[in-house]
Write a protein that binds this ligand. Structure first.
Ligand code: FES
Length: 156
């Protein structure tokens, strides 16, 4: 699902104003602040940071794509990772992925329009005894039975 996003320019400026103009050494810090504020790096934030610090836009993008902590795609407030490792797969993890697709309307790598959830799939997370496993905001949900994931996500 493609999301039309709106970026709050005042929020961007509020962050930029805490950093001196033209100080290229603040690039990573400023991008980190934008990531924290928006949960991802909308293109507007990268351009604004590059302008503010007077660094080439290509440099800002190369930093933004180099660090795994930065996301260039919209990310929801809650990240839902479904393990698709072998143990989880044979215990029905693909049904969990389908439950999420049906219930939230998003597949792996996608974010709901209200920015509440992003779905991801991951390889074995080392908790095979709990399969199938879903990790929601770093919290492990064990033995996720078909048809139960949405309720478990709501519970937090
Ligand atoms: S396969 Fe999912 S935790 Fe190991």
């Amino acid at each position: 699902m493609t999301i039309a996003h709106q970026v709050d320019r005042e929020k961007i400026d509020g962050i930029l104003n805490r950093y001196p103009h033209g100080e290229a050494s603040s690039l990573v810090h400023l991008l980190q602040e934008m990531q924290a504020a928006f949960n991802w790096l909308p293109p507007e934030t990268i351009r604004a940071v590059a302008d503010h610090l007077a660094v080439p836009l290509t440099k800002a993008y190369s930093v933004a794509t180099f660090y795994k902590a930065f996301s260039l795609r919209p990310r929801g407030r809650k990240i839902v990772k479904v393990c698709l490792g072998t143990s989880c797969h044979i215990r029905g993890a693909s049904i969990v992925v389908e439950d999420i697709r049906q219930g939230l309307g998003i597949g792996p790598g996608e974010t709901t329009a209200d920015m509440a959830y992003t779905a991801e799939v991951v390889n074995c997370v080392g908790a095979c005894a709990l399969a199938p496993v879903v990790i929601a905001d770093e919290k492990y949900l064990a033995d996720v039975k078909p048809g139960t994931i949405l309720k478990r996500l709501e519970k937090g």
